[in-house]
Design a protein around this ligand. Structure first.
Ligand code: TEU
Length: 558
């Protein structure tokens, strides 16, 4: 199989929030199709669609009730075929979201499974007897509360690592695995070009489902250390590869929270037996709270030192062995310009968005751009809990403010403003008209009020916009091999610099020097470059040599 995806850039569309074509306030497939020209203009190669399958939408489509049907709010199969056809006509590939750690409780497999212990589908899910009249073990759900739900009829509990409406599939059962492979082949035969695999490293559960470790004040244990990268995971993925990926030219990325270097080297190994690449999460865990119970719900910022050390670790460790995916944003994360950059003024928003884009797009791996990132969309900072719609935000608020009294309401609203997934899910800002041109109807998720100044129309009209900067970075990746194959090294002593990040990429004939001022300060730094070095890209129109301006980003080529 070819490695075409190594030079590719992937654009993630969150269907409910991209473009509404029928004015019900929810984005849809026809809306996406109508915007493919825009995506093409950015220059990306692949469009990843977050789930569009039939779903009761308890977790915005990550709870699937029919893998081979389209959710009616998004359209129908004909609308999907049209989208796929138009994408292919434009030279864009389409990557589907594959959510097979769990299904919706409305999936027919679960509907059968819950009918009783003798049902042929019983073993498609993870059912256990209670322990002394309580849950089978002490695991908590990632969306708060226990990871088990009692079913009165059969007097057993089923496992749900996420919402109770998202029962976990039992991958120990070969029928489950082959049902999933058949479904994947069905989509691949239809012509889709790849899969982004939701929490795929959670599918192999430990034998005996042992208790997890928990703090003295915690009611439930975090199951992640036990379920992530389980003992049969590589066997399952290799089997999936033989049954699906080996038969089609597909791009695959695993979403793998809790992945470490040695596991990633196996998942994304160049031997090509499992996946092409995985999403690592360590750089997403650098900010938040110091209290482990609160996790990401805090206001501690990530330091440049921590961020650089992490990115550098992954660049170094995977080089020559496995492939990195590069991302700042997705539908589960706050907006990068608000998180690692500076959205306090218009000037700093634009400068820091470009600086962060340079940091990411100059690294080795396959970059992902999440809808709106390319115009520098910011967090929404909603003022009240009533503005939030995500199950994760609402449950966290109830748990930490109302049940545990660990945080007061005002602080929790601040933390939600910094870390809630809703920040990523506010509708795409197309123009400064009603609902930003997303819909004529009140959108399912509030707009970010700044759409009047931050929007696509405005970005396309201004040659110095964040959009054209992303477009240039993407074009550079397609035209300069060193961005794909160059060896990554920090500039000498840069690891001690807490304000500037400087690294090189080098292959046999080209060197790139990337210099990034992570702060709003004016700084002086001297880096050795040949006199004939060319300024390849910068977020300022001129070069002041050793003087770095706020959030200045520049790349020299020699
Ligand atoms: O996300 C999984 C994920 O990264 C987090 O939910 C994480 O496991 C949790 O916060 C642990 O701290 C994927 C999807 O991207 C997300 O939208 C879904 O809600 C989730 O899986 C369930 O399908």
């Amino acid at each position: 199989m070819s490695n075409w995806w190594k030079k590719a850039v992937i654009y993630q569309v969150y269907p409910a929030s991209f473009q509404d074509s029928d004015n019900d306030g929810i984005g849809d497939l026809k809306g996406i199709t109508s915007r493919l020209d825009y995506i093409k203009k950015l220059g990306v190669d692949i469009v990843w669609l977050s789930p569009i399958y039939k779903s009761p939408q308890v977790d915005n489509g990550y709870d699937i009730s029919d893998y081979q049907a389209i959710n009616p709010t998004f359209g129908d199969m004909a609308a999907f075929d049209e989208l796929l056809h138009k994408a292919h006509t434009l030279g864009l590939k389409v990557m589907m979201d594959l959510v097979v750690n769990h299904t919706s409780d409305e999936h027919k497999w679960f509907q059968e499974s819950r009918k009783g212990k003798d049902n042929p589908y019983r073993d498609y899910y993870i059912w256990r007897d209670g322990r002394n009249g309580e849950d089978p073990n002490n695991w908590g759900s990632f969306f708060m509360g226990p990871a088990w739900k009692y079913d009165e009829e059969s007097d057993q509990y089923y496992l749900h690592l996420f919402a109770p409406q998202q029962p976990d599939l039992n991958w120990e059962n070969p029928n489950v695995r082959h049902s999933v492979y058949d479904m994947m082949n069905w989509w691949a035969d239809k012509g889709v070009d790849g899969f982004r695999m939701d929490v795929i490293n959670y599918i192999s559960k430990p034998d005996g489902l042992p208790d997890g470790e928990k703090g003295p004040h915690e009611k439930y244990a975090n199951p992640e250390p036990l379920v992530a990268n389980g003992h049969r995971i590589h066997e399952f993925l290799q089997e999936m590869h033989q049954n699906v990926m080996a038969k089609h030219d597909l791009v695959t990325v695993g979403e793998t929270p809790g992945v470490n270097i040695s596991e990633a080297q196996k998942y994304a190994n160049f031997d090509g037996k499992e996946l092409n690449m995985v999403f690592q999460f360590e750089h997403m865990g650098l900010d938040g709270s110091d209290n482990p119970t609160l996790g990401r719900w805090g206001d501690r910022k990530a330091s440049l030192k921590g961020l650089r050390a992490n990115l550098t670790k992954w660049q170094k460790a995977l080089a020559g062995k496995a492939w990195n995916s590069l991302y700042w944003d997705n539908h589960d994360q706050p907006r990068v310009v608000s998180r690692f950059g500076d959205d306090s003024t218009e000037q700093n928003r634009v400068l820091s968005a470009k600086m962060l884009a340079t940091m990411l797009h100059m690294q080795q791996g396959t970059p992902y751009v999440f809808e709106g990132e390319e115009i520098g969309m910011t967090n929404a900072y909603f003022p009240s809990i009533d503005d939030y719609v995500d199950i994760d935000a609402i449950n966290a608020y109830h748990q930490f403010v109302e049940e545990m009294h660990l945080v007061d309401s005002k602080d929790m609203i601040k933390y939600l403003g910094l870390h809630s997934r809703d920040n990523a899910r506010t509708p795409m800002q197309w123009n400064d008209q009603k609902n930003a041109g997303f819909s004529q109807h009140q959108p399912w998720e509030h707009m970010n009020p700044n759409y009047r100044s931050v929007n696509v129309e405005q970005a396309l009209a201004g040659p110095n916009s964040v959009f054209y900067y992303y477009q240039k970075l993407i074009d550079l990746r397609h035209t300069l091999p060193v961005i794909t194959d160059g060896v990554y090294n920090l500039v000498a002593d840069n690891e001690n610099d807490d304000k500037v990040y400087a690294f090189t990429r080098k292959n046999a004939d080209t060197t790139l020097l990337v210099v990034l001022n992570y702060t709003a300060e004016k700084l002086e730094r001297h880096y050795q470059i040949p006199v004939d070095a060319k300024l390849l890209i910068s977020n300022y129109t001129d070069d002041m040599g050793d003087s770095l301006r706020p959030y200045e980003a520049k790349v020299y080529q020699y």
